[in-house]
Design a protein around this ligand. Structure first.
Ligand code: PGA
Length: 249
C-alpha cells in the first residue's frame, strides 16, 4: 500500500504573511513522518513564503491550485507550468470543482492543462466529482469516469508518468456533508478500474484521494477506507490547529 497523501487546499485563503506564520507553527509541531506525504496547495502568491519556510523539509510537497495550459504568452493574470515549477511546485490541481462550476472550466480545458503539466514535468492531480443532481439521477459513476477520461485524454505518456486523482463529490465540498467511507470506497474502486484501463497496471498504486468536508473527526475513518489513498482538505486545512489534527489522522 502507498503512503497516504494528506493534501491541504487553502483555496483563496492565507496570503504570504499568514502563510509564513502558519508554516512556522506547523513545522515546529510536525516533525518528519515516514508513513505519509504532506502536500500543500497554497495560493500561488504564497508559494514563495511556503517554500522558504519548508527549507530542506523534502518530506513535504508543494503544489498549485491552477495553471494555464500555454507555455507562455498574452494571457493576462495567468501562470504557466514552467513558472510554477520554477517557484517550487511539484503537483498541479486540475479541474477542481470550483474551477469547473464557478469559473466554467470545461472538460477540454482540463485535458489541455493535464497535458501542459505533463509537458512541464510536474504531476497533475485531476479532481473529479458529481453534483447532487447527477448522483440522484444515478449518474455519479458515469460523470466521474467521463471527467477522468477527458482530463487525461491529451497526455501522451500516461503509462509511465505519475498522476494523482482526487474524488470530490460536489455536494460534499464545503457543505459539511461528507461521503461515508463506503461511498468513497465504492467510487474509488470505479476510478481505480478506469485508471487501470487507461494507464495499465501502474495505476494500482496511483494515489486516489478523497475530498469534501474532511475534518479532524472524520479523517481517520475516511483515510482508512479501502481504496482511499489520502485526503484533499479545504476548510479544515486553512487553520493550522485543525490542519495539524487532520494531517496526523
Ligand atoms: P472542503 O474542500 O474540505 O472545504 O470541503 C475540499 C476541496 O474543495 O478540496
Amino acid at each position: 500500500m502507498n503512503r497516504p497523501v494528506m493534501a491541504a487546499n487553502w483555496k483563496m485563503n492565507n496570503g504570504p504573511t499568514t502563510a509564513r506564520e502558519f508554516m512556522q507553527t506547523f513545522l515546529a509541531q510536525y516533525p518528519r513522518q515516514n508513513d505519509r506525504t504532506i502536500l500543500f496547495f497554497p495560493p500561488t502568491l504564497s508559494m514563495a513564503a511556503v517554500a522558504a519556510a519548508l527549507g530542506d523539509r523534502r518530506d513535504i510537497l508543494l503544489g498549485v491550485q491552477n495553471v494555464h495550459w500555454a507555455d507562455q504568452g498574452a494571457f493576462t493574470g495567468e501562470l504557466s507550468v514552467g513558472m510554477v515549477r520554477d517557484a517550487g511546485a511539484r503537483v498541479v490541481l486540475v479541474g477542481h470543482s470550483e474551477r469547473r462550476h464557478v469559473f466554467g472550466e470545461t472538460l477540454d480545458q482540463t485535458a489541455l492543462k493535464c497535458a501542459a503539466v505533463e509537458r512541464g514535468g510536474l504531476t497533475p492531480m485531476l479532481c473529479v466529482g458529481e453534483t447532487l443532481e447527477q448522483r440522484e439521477a444515478g449518474r455519479a459513476a458515469d460523470v466521474v469516469i467521463e471527467q477522468l477520461r477527458a482530463g487525461f485524454s491529451m497526455m501522451t505518456q500516461l503509462a509511465t508518468k505519475d498522476v494523482m486523482v482526487a474524488y470530490e463529490p460536489v455536494w460534499a465540498i464545503g457543505t459539511g456533508h461528507t461521503a461515508t467511507a463506503d461511498d468513497a470506497s465504492r467510487m474509488h474502486r470505479v476510478l481505480r478500474a478506469e485508471l487501470i484501463a487507461l494507464c495499465g497496471d501502474r495505476a494500482r498504486t496511483t494515489p486516489i484521494l478523497y475530498g469534501g468536508s474532511v475534518n479532524a473527526a472524520n479523517a481517520p475513518e475516511l483515510v482508512a477506507a479501502r481504496e482511499v489513498d489520502g485526503l484533499l482538505v479545504g476548510g479544515a486545512s486553512v487553520d493550522v490547529g485543525s490542519w495539524l489534527a487532520v494531517a496526523r489522522a
